[in-house]
Write a protein that binds this ligand. Sequence first.
Ligand code: NAI
Length: 245
Amino acid sequence: MKLLGKVAVITGAGQGIGAATAKKFAEEGAKLVLADLNEQNLMNRAEEIRKADGEAIYVVCNVADRNEVGQLFEEALVKYGHVDIVINNAGIVQDAQLTNMTESQWDNVIDVNLKGVFNVGQNAAKVMKDQGEGVILNASSVVGIYGNFGQSNYAAAKWGVNGMTKTWAKELGKYGIRVNAIAPGFIETDMTSALPDKVKDIMKAKSPLNQMGRPEDIAGYAFLASNEARFITGAILSIDGGLVI
Ligand code: NAI
């Protein structure tokens, strides 16, 4: 088990990539603090993990709200006394082409995908600095490297996540904290389910593997949270089936 005894806070853990990450991390021996807006999904995920002999609590938390994020870390510390791994995974899309994008579409995506990552990262860094160790993993996207039609807000946020990842790696390395990002390609979750089949077929055809990824394919980044990756920091790891080479 790569993560035995480690405490991991995972945002957006109710479904999709966050839920698959939680399952994988529990299998690797981590004790989990699951955070999401959706309480029912959180209850279900925590129950599944406990049934499989894992350990998990959950906290309903909007990552865009600084007070709620502060509360999340307080609850994690009360329960477990330390936080070793933080997965900054919660994210949303509200797509529109540049000339049609509304202010609220811009603000909502920036609030969750950029400010939310800052809120969680800042709390994580404070706890981990005191501990003298820790790992922060941020969910970026292939869109944060190459841009995407109809996603000015999302691309800006994910580009920002890449920038914060590298900045935090530089600032926090001396405290024993590693910071990396993953950049998934097109993964079969609710986030992509609304895409027309035509678009999905184009995306599949762009991958040399000729398929979309599954949430479990992303969860393989568990090694980045473990000591196996002790010399990896400031990296943005593409997990995209070769979508862009
Ligand atoms: P999803 O839509 O299936 O799940 C996102 C989860 O985040 C949901 O459980 C939702 O309730 C939660 N959430 C949304 N806003 C929140 C908030 N303000 N506070 C707390 N929780 C919140 O999405 P998916 O596909 O699992 O995406 C996870 C991450 O991976 C996101 O950051 C996304 O941008 C990124 N990603 C996803 C890709 C894909 O193709 N599905 C590709 C590249 C990146």
